[in-house]
Write a protein that binds this ligand. Sequence first.
Ligand code: FAD
Length: 252
Amino acid sequence: MTRSFDTSPNVLFETRVAAVERLSPGFVRLTLHGPQLAHFAAHGPDQRIKLLVPQGEYPTAFDPRTEPVPEREWRATWRDLPDAGRPVLRSYTPSAVRWPQREIDVDVFVHARPGPASRWAAAARIGERLLVSGPDVRRGRADHGVQWHPGAAGTVLLVADEAALPALRAILASLGSETAGTALLEVGDPADAADLAGPPGVAITLCPAAACCPRSRSGHAPTAPPPRHSARPSTPGRDRELPGRPGPGTTR
Ligand SMILES: Cc1cc2nc3c(=O)[nH]c(=O)nc-3n(C[C@H](O)[C@H](O)[C@H](O)COP(=O)(O)OP(=O)(O)OC[C@H]3O[C@@H](n4cnc5c(N)ncnc54)[C@H](O)[C@@H]3O)c2cc1C
């Protein structure tokens, strides 16, 4: 198991919360800052990172280091910790990277039945410490943690739920203006997807959590689904499914 981390380009970045913004009913944006983020690599629009969500204080084994800790090393430390107090690992997608400011943004969907990451993000305060595992540009492997490889495809099918909305938004923004296709988003509250936009040839369809609705449009900001699915805060329904496995031309 350790072997697969020997060549991992991921390291543990030391960050602090620099800003917290409620973006929409379901999303909280965490702006994370730290000098080590100068080496953070975003290799693709769906770049996978992990947050090590603290359970209270971080154990002393995770005391701050001057240099980012390689994944092989921090994983071993993490595994050796007792369950109580061990940071919880959750996957996310940075929604913005600002190297000059040594900052990244992470848009966290706060689930109706919140787990440790949703809970932490919803209560996050400026100055709080958060450890982030992500690729270090100095370690190469420029495809690591990226699943969106469209190649020369001119037609795409994108399927996402709210948890994949940051990746979907970035992928749509990366598409050429001639790209055609469909983006299907399962969303409990359309306000969470209010700014979703893509090339004119890509129809963006919002689906209520229970079943896909037929409303569709091309390239414009989403409109609300029919009233029976109208905007509401979190409902158990929106947490019904975990995202499916990604297939070719599909993201999550
Ligand atoms: C590669 C990748 C990138 C991701 N990027 C983002 C991102 O940028 N922003 C973001 O908000 N999330 C993202 N996610 C999803 C995120 O990892 C999960 O939502 C995470 O499990 C939430 O952690 P938690 O501790 O809040 O909840 P958990 O303890 O994991 O679960 C608590 C509750 O949330 C529900 N739940 C958990 N995950 C999902 C899901 N994906 N869909 C529906 N219900 C769910 C569970 O059913 C449970 O009710 C990403 C996942 C992957 C694999």
